[in-house]
Write a protein that binds this ligand. Sequence first.
Ligand code: 13P
Length: 254
Amino acid sequence: MRTLLIAGNWKMNAGPTEAKELAESMVAAREGKDDSQDLLICPPFISIPAVAEAFSGSNFKVGAQNVSTEDNGAYTGEISTSMLKDAGCEYVIVGHSERREYYHEDDSLVAEKALKVLKDGLKVIVCVGEKLEERKSGNHEKVVKNQVEAVIKQVDKSNADNFVIAYEPVWAIGTGETATPEQAQEMHAFIRGLLSEVWGDDEAEKIRILYGGSMKPGNADELLSQKDVDGGLIGGASLKADSFSGIIDIAESI
Ligand code: 13P
């Protein structure tokens, strides 16, 4: 069985002071629990060092929400993979729907970022997911297929251990509306099928496919119990130690 990954995406919330307190309260909430699933928080860039320090010696890992495709130099406002590693990051999220929507990141840039992250020895979480109109018009599988294939056709299958996909239906992000467990399982199985076609069954079986979109303690059990749901990428509910810890409790019980 795949180890679940319970990941928090703090988005543009929690500067260094607040992030430190929140990270410390998460560590405190897991004290004495002996967690066996993988736990990750992706704070804003500026809060990464504070969170990394608060997590040292704990089971929590730190990740970033975005990265540059460049190594260094005259790229105002950008952050490189080497900077993230230096700050203690192990994972990088790429292609989040908010970056696709508000910062015009397209499939080819998402693929380029994923390749850069893997080449430089970090783990990548590639986000995919359809918009409401795309689901309503029955195009959700086609949209997700294009997003997934744009990346996996460029990545060598030897990267499978460092490769995570997050299925985040855009209509479920921050809306309180969650995909049903059946909708999630159906899409996750579809994505695993795509992985299998390009990388083969053995590699496809290793890849963790996270669900994201209004996951909270009240619905995590039915989502995480699905065969092809290998964890969560959690926004709002990762901003409170008790709700994030509640989801971890559920993951640990599965
Ligand atoms: P919410 O959990 O707030 O819906 O956000 C999901 C998400 O976008 C995580 O990346």
